[in-house]
Design a protein around this ligand. Structure first.
Ligand code: NAD
Ligand code: IPM
Ligand code: MN
Length: 348
């Protein structure tokens, strides 16, 4: 059995962390006897420069037949203000493949409690996963961009809320059995539909899962105050974007946070949650662990190879516990050295 991976390294630190993850994934595949074929595809700003479009047809064709898609990151100041932006490629890929559920786990590694900006006692026990709706809401509503007036419409259908809520409840069943649904139901119509739909689904299909609703502003506060209280956090598109960046640093650095974007089938898009980090790009400073853990999620969720996911996750945990790490977590390594150290441990 051979798996085809569309490999979209992108811009800024994207290629640095994506190649680090490919190194880890290749080592894990070899160790577990799995055949993976990475096909490099132009994407993001690099694709705008080379082909005039962030998601060229050749890339689209590879993604269509791939078992999974792996992405570094896209964007950067070079393309800010341009008519076509790298980020449009990312939104298109998510939408066209209907990858509506974005899983973003945030966990504190043992010994990293002192690396959190929060007090160690608050950071202890942090282990949550965001289930963020990814193909609707304000990101994909009608847009009007005038010089005097601009408009971004936010809409949700009941079916769109239901399918992502189902992923959250199913995820909670495999964890601590608690879902916190985030909305702004005191102001927004979409949030009132969101809350009603999530409650009704819990009532009919998931009475074994505990559900509560928290307004997004209060959630921003509670994540700082008591982050270890949360298990599965269900959000609409933009709230999840914002809160997951906030939550990631509670576990020391955004550079550690992976993600998986899933639809109805097996195919998924895997990427660290961070962006192209233009401030450190090209300096071998980026933390590759978010990308490497995204590769682990890919093995588990799209390639039915949990043993490969396990060896990657164990190698990351071992390297960190042995004091390895990049500067963002107070470690001595560059991106490349840390990736080699992790790949080495996978091969042992
Ligand atoms: P960013 O996530 O790129 O960077 C935010 C901060 O986190 C920066 O200080 C950066 O140095 C740091 N950081 C990010 N990744 C890191 C890593 N792996 N190791 C260590 N530190 C890391 O967010 P931004 O600066 O707001 O955005 C830059 C560009 O990236 C924008 O064009 C944005 O649209 C794009 N972006 C892309 C994605 C994606 O491709 N999925 C995600 C977010 C932002
Ligand atoms: C992310 C990014 C994207 C988003 C951007 C680059 C379109 O911030 O993956 O979190 O907002 O979803
Ligand atoms: Mn984001």
């Amino acid at each position: 059995m051979s798996f085809l991976i569309a490999f979209l390294s992108g811009d800024g630190v994207g290629p640095e962390v994506a190649f680090a993850a490919k190194r880890a994934a290749t080592a894990a595949a070899q160790r577990c006897g799995i055949d993976v074929d990475f096909v490099e595809c132009a994407f993001g700003g690099a694709a705008i420069d080379a082909h005039g479009a962030p998601y060229p047809d050749e890339t689209r064709a590879v993604c269509a037949r791939a078992d999974a898609i792996f992405l570094g990151a896209v964007g950067g100041p070079k393309w800010d203000g341009a008519d076509v932006r790298p980020e449009q490629g990312l939104l298109a890929i998510r939408k066209e493949l209907e990858l509506f559920a974005n899983l973003r786990p945030v966990r504190i590694f043992p010994g990293h409690e002192t690396k959190s900006p929060l007090t160690p006692s608050r950071a202890t026990g942090v282990d949550m996963v965001f289930v963020r709706e990814l193909t609707s809401g304000i990101y994909f509503g009608k847009r009007e961009e005038g010089d005097d007036v601009a408009r971004d419409e936010c809409s949700y259908s009941k079916a769109e809320v239901e399918r992502v809520a189902r992923v959250a409840f199913e995820t909670a069943r495999l964890r601590k059995g608690r879902v916190t649904s985030v909305d702004k139901a005191n102001v927004l119509a979409t949030s009132r539909l969101w809350r009603k739909t999530v409650s009704a689904l819990q009532e009919t299909d998931y009475q074994d899962v505990a559900l509560d609703h928290v307004l997004v502003d209060a959630m921003a506060m509670k994540l700082i105050q008591a982050p270890a209280d949360f298990d599965v956090i269900l959000t609409e598109n933009m709230f999840g974007d914002i809160l997951s960046d906030e939550a990631s640093v509670i576990a020391a650095s955004i550079g550690l946070a992976p993600s998986a974007s899933l639809g109805a089938g097996k195919k998924g898009l895997y990427e660290p949650i961070h962006g192209s980090a233009p401030d450190i790009a090209g300096e071998d400073k980026a933390n590759p662990i978010g990308a490497i853990l995204s590769a682990a999620m890919m093995f588990r969720l799209s390639l039915d190879a949990p043993e490969a996911a396990d060896v990657i996750e164990k190698a990351v945990a071992d390297a960190l516990s042995e004091g390895r790490g990049t500067a963002d977590i107070g470690g001595p390594d560059g991106c490349d050295a840390l990736a080699r150290a992790i790949a080495d441990r996978i091969g042992r």
